[in-house]
Ligand binder design. Structure first.
Ligand SMILES: [Zn+2]
Length: 228
């Protein structure tokens, strides 16, 4: 069996989702070289790290960090691209277990109750077939012994009656907002809000403001990568 598999792999090897070179036997998703080369921020070890600073004065955050640096034409970029546009959800799962096992030693994260992903609009998720952050979130939830909350935070289109400038709606992109379905579920809970790549933090901030409608909620933030 294993000889057959090796023979098969010789001609149809899986490719590393980062550098696109053939994977060796025993390597999964990314090759050993990429595993060592991917640029980790190690921000989880730093108080007042650059991700936490993004939210100063904008949202109250218990802890925030990103796993990897994201540069143009980098290994991180091809990983994220393969995850977002080529359906390789195993990348999210791999990153979630990898970073989750590191974050499991962070004291403040031991109290996380729910992992909450920045949601896609329903239409967009149906078109793509998945939210690219789901697999990352489920793996993080396993590592942090928390629950993955899938449908309590939604991204919806602002209804016409809510839109002040509805006369101009035809010329504008339709505005999307975040909305908690059941405010009670998150009451008094510690939420770990997650996304793929953080740039300005505006989307995560908007999610925080909606989540803060649940009384006594505490929020931490983790993303796969950060642009720099
Ligand atoms: Zn590689």
């Amino acid at each position: 069996m294993s000889i057959f598999l090796s023979f098969f792999d010789l001609f149809f090897p899986d490719l590393c989702k980062s550098c696109e070179n053939p994977l060796n036997i025993g390597e999964k998703v990314i090759c050993t070289e990429c595993r060592h080369k991917l640029p980790q921020t190690n921000f989880h070890l730093i108080k007042n790290n650059p991700i936490e600073k993004i939210f100063y004065g904008r949202a109250k955050v218990q802890f925030a960090s990103s796993f990897l640096f994201f540069h143009k034409n980098s290994l991180t970029q091809s990983l994220v691209h393969n995850l977002k546009y080529r359906g390789h959800q195993e990348i999210g799962k791999m990153l979630g277990h990898w970073y989750g096992s590191i974050l499991a030693s962070i004291e403040i994260l031991s109290s996380v109750d729910f992992i909450v992903a920045v949601p896609l609009h329903n239409k967009r998720e149906n078109k793509r077939g998945y939210n690219q952050v789901d697999a990352f979130g489920r793996a993080l939830a396993e590592e942090l012994k928390a629950e993955y909350s899938k449908d309590n935070l939604l991204r919806i289109t602002k209804s016409e009656t809510q839109t002040k400038k509805k006369r101009f709606a035809r010329w504008k992109n339709v505005e999307e907002i975040f909305h908690i379905q059941n405010i009670d579920i998150f009451e008094g809970k510690h939420l770990l809000l997650i996304d793929d790549v953080i740039t300005t933090g505006a989307t995560l901030e908007a999610c925080c403001h909606e989540l803060e409608k649940s009384r006594g909620v505490r929020i931490s933030i983790v993303t796969m990568a950060m642009t720099s």
